[in-house]
Design a protein around this ligand. Structure first.
Ligand code: FES
Length: 116
């Protein structure tokens, strides 16, 4: 069962931008806000060469990595073809305008990848 942790308000994330969330074991999570107010969470690390996705440009439900311009799908973390790779994705729940992340995922998901 998920244990949801309140992180911030949707309004605290810039539209077409991102906000980073620190984790105890390293490897920040990037919260992205699309123009339609959908919120997505990915490890703030591009599957190509580790670029900070939170610094990228959000368009539609995608983000363009600031380093080499790969397009990453926010819902899945997958790179758009012809590029291949996947950023770790985190579950998000929005309730009454407040963004929540799953505590267990925050503690364990992609901790190794982030440290690499
Ligand atoms: S590190 Fe993201 S496209 Fe190269």
């Amino acid at each position: 069962m998920s244990e949801w942790t309140a992180i911030c308000r949707v309004d605290d994330i810039p539209v077409l931008g991102a906000r980073r969330v620190a984790r105890e074991k390293g490897g920040e999570v990037a919260l992205f806000r699309a123009a339609d107010d959908h919120v997505f969470a990915l490890l703030d690390r591009c599957p190509h060469k580790g670029g900070p996705l939170s610094q990228g440009i959000v368009f539609g439900h995608s983000v363009a990595c600031p380093l080499h311009n790969w397009t990453i799908e926010l819902a899945s973390g997958e790179a758009r073809a012809p590029d291949v790779g996947c950023a770790a994705r985190f579950a998000v729940k929005v309730e009454d305008g407040v963004v929540h992340l799953d505590a267990a995922e925050m503690a364990t998901r992609a901790v190794d990848t982030a440290a690499a």
